[in-house]
Design a protein around this ligand. Structure first.
Ligand code: NAD
Length: 260
């Protein structure tokens, strides 16, 4: 029997990058993956790919910053599969600018996707998890949940904030057998990071190669990017852990960039 046989997992932002890898691995281990993303076409493509090797997936259109969208998307998943066992709050963006000139609209946009999105999806899923007396929520934080970098004020703020949300849910959820944890990746070469390389090069006045070597991977133990598979393995470890022994925790997956 596979680890997630018969389980239902909603993964936000699963049409791309890290979220997609989590959805794929969850399905490989027997789970019904619900691919919730702003980009419905891409979510459908991910679902079609998963359907070739895993149990029936579901693609849902979801803007995680929109309360009604989130409620409707989670309800559609629960209606289709009858339960919600796992939520991976993963949808996210990056905007890099110096703090002194950060546009307020971009600050609010980034905080809304990372923090409002985590809150709204959590609240919507808890209704089902509390009723069934089980569930596991995994937030995708970052090394920036623990550390700061220049140019990333709202991102660092939001990723630190997810640790607080996780700890509250760990306390409130315990009596309902619901756990919460955070996975904190280092740099992973997804579209989110590809976009940042030329942007950081411009802001810092250095080459793209220098951004990769001397900014992104400088403090790793081996100069390597973390992979989407590495992150998925850590997420599913938390998602599948069977007791409250592992709740309210955060795990850094970063080639030693940050050591606790
Ligand atoms: P990505 O750009 O490859 O994928 C992000 C996905 O989120 C996309 O499919 C996008 O459509 C979706 N999305 C964006 N806004 C949304 C919204 N409002 N509602 C629903 N979906 C939305 O990015 P990624 O690198 O896979 O990042 C995933 C998560 O991992 C993010 O939270 C990011 O902060 C975090 N993270 C990434 C890295 C990295 O190096 N790539 C490192 C640490 C943490």
């Amino acid at each position: 029997m596979a680890r997630f046989d018969g389980k239902v997992g909603i993964i936000t932002g699963a049409a791309s990058g890290i979220g997609r890898a989590i959805a794929e691995q969850f399905a490989r281990e027997g789970g019904h993956a619900v691919i919730a993303d702003l980009d419905l076409d891409a979510a459908r493509k991910t679902a079609s790919a998963i359907a070739t090797f895993g149990p029936a997936p579901l693609a849902v259109s979801m803007d995680v910053t929109d309360e009604q969208h989130v409620e409707d998307g989670v309800a559609a998943a629960a209606e289709r599969f009858g339960r919600i066992d796992v939520l991976v709050s993963n949808a996210g963006i990056q905007i890099v600018r110096p703090l002194a000139e950060f546009p307020f609209s971009d600050w609010k946009k980034l905080l809304s996707i990372h923090l409002d999105g985590a809150f709204l999806t959590t609240r919507a899923c808890l209704k089902y998890m509390y009723a069934q007396k089980s569930g596991s929520v995994v937030y995708i934080g970052s090394v920036h949940s623990k550390e700061a970098s220049k140019l990333k004020a709202p991102y660092v703020t939001a990723k630190h904030g997810l640790i607080g949300l996780c700890k509250v849910l760990a306390k409130e959820g315990a009596e309902h057998n619901v756990r919460a944890n955070v996975v904190c990746p280092g740099f992973v070469r997804t579209p989110l990071v590809e976009k940042q390389i030329p942007e950081q090069a411009k802001e810092l006045g250095i080459s793209e190669d220098d951004v990769v070597r001397n900014v992104m991977l400088k403090d790793t133990v081996d100069g390597e990017f973390t992979t989407v598979e590495d992150v998925a393995a850590a997420v599913l470890h938390f998602a599948g852990f069977p007791s409250n022994a592992l709740t309210g925790q955060s795990m850094v997956v970063s080639h030693g960039w940050f050591m606790q």
